[in-house]
Design a protein around this ligand. Structure first.
Ligand code: ADP
Ligand code: MG
Length: 265
């Protein structure tokens, strides 16, 4: 038996996320203007760009919280949003959208924890609600994940009793509880006091090195340099340039990228 030939992984596995020619308008305001983006399984993509450039909208389109006017998104090889059927664009059923969204983790700037639930129940809620796990299994998983983000001692606390950094780590554990194919982060440290940023970035860094597929919108350039496989710079709803961090951050090709970096570095 000859097993010496190794198939290149990238050629046989579907992209974790594929955004194809996505256009999005709010009224007459074009917010995404033909965005193409491919994220491979295990890849860490950092999205940079000025305020109002369309970063959050792009994440929301990937998660189907917004629908593009043109283009499509697929996640783990499954189309999200619109699909072509008999030449017509057809929307997925709400049920299909929910099923797909439950495979995508989303971590928000403002944590968005359930205030009336303990930390443990915040993390265990989604696997139970989606029918993936029974309550006892979900609680076991929640304990394991809270240990992973360094909060084993806080399982019985309520969100208001935690610091912002701790709340954001709970939110990350909650995202992990659905065993998502990809986790999207929208400025996960922007709402934190500066001394709490490091603990959250360190948890995200652990995920990055353990092979989780991540798409992270952040202004933390040092973090991007350290963890990103690819940095994508977006401005005016378009990807202006993308590449490995040492190229985009150290040798940006476009004036708009240079201008942005000079303001945030
Ligand atoms: P970023 O996250 O890069 O700051 P956003 O994706 O939030 O940018 O927003 C891009 C543009 O779209 C901004 O001009 C914003 O005002 C506009 N926008 C975002 N959401 C909406 C909405 N729901 N309705 C109308 N305009 C919106
Ligand atoms: Mg935003």
């Amino acid at each position: 038996m000859t097993t010496n030939t190794v198939e290149p992984l990238a050629d046989i596995t579907p992209a974790a996320v594929e955004v194809h020619d996505v256009h999005k308008w709010y009224g007459a305001h074009r917010v995404l203007d033909g965005v193409d983006l491919t994220v491979r399984p295990g890849e860490v993509t950092v999205i940079l760009g000025p305020s109002g450039s369309g970063k959050s909208t792009l994440l929301r389109v990937i998660n189907h919280l917004e629908k593009p006017e043109i283009g499509y998104v697929s996640v783990n090889g499954e189309l999200i949003g619109v699909k072509q059927q008999g030449g017509r664009l057809k929307e997925l059923s709400e049920r299909a959208i929910l099923a797909q969204r439950s495979r995508i983790g989303f971590v928000f700037q403002n944590f968005n924890l359930f205030p009336h639930l303990t930390v443990l129940d915040n993390v265990a809620a989604a696997p139970v609600a989606t029918g993936r796990l029974g309550k006892p299994e979900a609680l076991d998983l929640a304990r394991e994940l809270l240990g992973r983000v360094g909060l084993a001692e806080k399982t019985g606390a309520y969100p208001r009793q935690l610091s912002g950094g701790q709340q954001q780590r709970v939110a990350i554990a909650r995202a992990l509880a659905l065993r998502p194919g990809v986790i999207l982060f929208d400025e996960p440290t922007s709402a934190l006091d500066p001394e709490l940023v490091g603990e959250v970035l360190s948890v995200i860094k652990d995920l990055a090195t353990s092979g989780t597929t991540l798409v992270i919108v952040t202004h933390e350039i040092g973090f991007a340099r350290e963890v990103a496989d690819r940095v994508v710079f977006i401005d005016g709803g378009k990807i202006v340039e993308q590449g490995p961090p040492h190229e985009v951050l150290d040798k940006p090709q476009h004036e708009r990228t240079r201008d942005f970096l000079s303001k945030v570095l």
